[in-house]
Design a protein around this ligand. Structure first.
Ligand code: FE2
Length: 377
């Protein structure tokens, strides 16, 4: 289908302007067009990787002529001083348009994500392990929901140690750490981590002391017959946006300055990192939340004059995260697991005691695997 009405060379050949049938005109620079050519001398036919580098494109590159093909499906461009003809499909150019208004450094989130709270997350995305393994359509739908909400559940998993690696392999690869390929979450004496006790754990993201931070976490339940030990999850992006709404200054402090995190075990691990509690990309995308009261280290990157307000901001952010209206609470049953985006969704546990036992296994998976599986499925 033809998307464009006409093409015009502008700025002495340094750009083109494409008038669209629908929407505002789009401009593209000569260097950008040359760099993104899709011909077999610019990109390898088999793997699609670029065969040229920026230094192969003369700085004086300009467009000698540009025309639309008869049916308007293609745009044909001739470059000089290095003679080169390149064709682009209209749909490819429109899909990769960048002639947009500046974002004004406003905070924004990926449009594929949905912010939630206890009241708005009506249905938790859930899939049965067998269906996930055998039905690619259902698996894709569930993985998309996992990405969208940063949280999903799975039922019907085997109640056997190590099953978690099979679950991870449905969409990615386990990231091994000093805790092993996977780790047991149950009460132990002399626990190396408070997670391995029966104490309540406040909502947190896992391992913020690690850089890069683990991006996906799976927790698989093998036993859970104790009193208490319920799981809670909180949308950290919602908490960050709520903080921004109630106090923009607090939000700015937590995103401007880095906090510090540390985990030290005598023999085999000493991990340290520096992250803002609320991480933004340079153009304002909310990319991560790092929050963990157990592993926060002395904060030394906030200037003296801002420290009082930084602590006020930290306290407010913490109270929003702990607001019961934010959390989804549930008891994980044996054979169930939950998966969360550890860069966004915080998890918590109520304390437990009495008879019975509680045994969970956890592991980390890299999020790139999840996103790649979504795209390839
Ligand atoms: Fe945790």
């Amino acid at each position: 289908m033809s998307l464009f009405k006409s093409v015009k060379i502008i700025n002495s050949g340094k750009a083109i302007l494409l008038s669209r049938k629908k929407g505002t005109p789009l401009r593209y620079h000569s260097t950008w067009l040359r760099d993104n050519a899709l011909d077999s001398k610019t990109r390898d036919k088999k793997n699609g990787q670029r065969l040229i580098s920026i230094s192969d494109i003369p700085i004086t590159t300009y467009i000698k002529s540009a025309s639309l093909s008869k049916k308007g499906k293609e745009i044909i461009i001739n470059f000089l001083p290095k003679k080169k003809q390149v064709k682009f499909s209209s749909s490819w150019l429109e899909k990769h348009a960048y002639d947009k208004k500046e974002r004004n450094s406003k905070v924004w989130i990926n449009p594929d994500l949905k912010i939630w709270s206890k009241a708005t997350l009506k249905r938790v995305p859930i899939i049965n392990y067998k269906s996930a393994k055998s039905d690619k359509k259902l698996l894709l739908k569930w993985l998309k929901s996992l990405h969208c909400y940063g949280f999903a559940k799975m039922s019907g998993c085997e109640k056997k140690s190590g099953t978690i690696s099979k679950i991870a392999n449905l969409f990615g690869y386990i990231r091994e750490t000093n805790y092993g390929k996977w780790f047991d979450v149950k009460s132990k004496s002399n626990a190396v981590n408070l997670a391995y006790t029966n104490l309540a754990l406040k909502a947190h993201t896992d391992n913020p002391y690690r850089n890069p931070v683990p991006t996906i976490q799976i927790l698989h339940c093998l036993k859970n017959s104790t009193k208490g030990g319920d799981s809670k999850v909180v949308d950290g992006f919602n908490a960050a946006l709520r903080l921004k709404k109630v106090n923009k200054r607090y939000f700015n402090l937590l995103s401007k300055y880095c906090s510090r995190f540390e985990f030290k075990r005598k023999k085999n691990a000493h991990l340290k990192s520096r992250f803002p509690m609320i991480a933004l990309s340079p153009d304002g995308e909310l990319t991560a939340v790092h929050f963990n009261n157990r592993s926060i280290a002395p904060i030394t990157d906030v200037p003296y004059n801002d420290m009082t307000n930084y602590y006020k901001a930290y306290r407010k952010f913490s109270s929003i995260i702990d607001d019961p209206a934010m959390a989804l609470t549930f008891k994980l049953n044996p054979g169930e697991c939950f998966i969360l985006d550890n860069t966004r969704v915080l998890h918590a546990r109520t304390g437990y005691s009495g008879k019975g036992s509680r045994w969970l296994q956890g592991c980390y998976v890299d999020k790139d695997g999840l996103l790649s599986t979504i795209l390839t499925l």
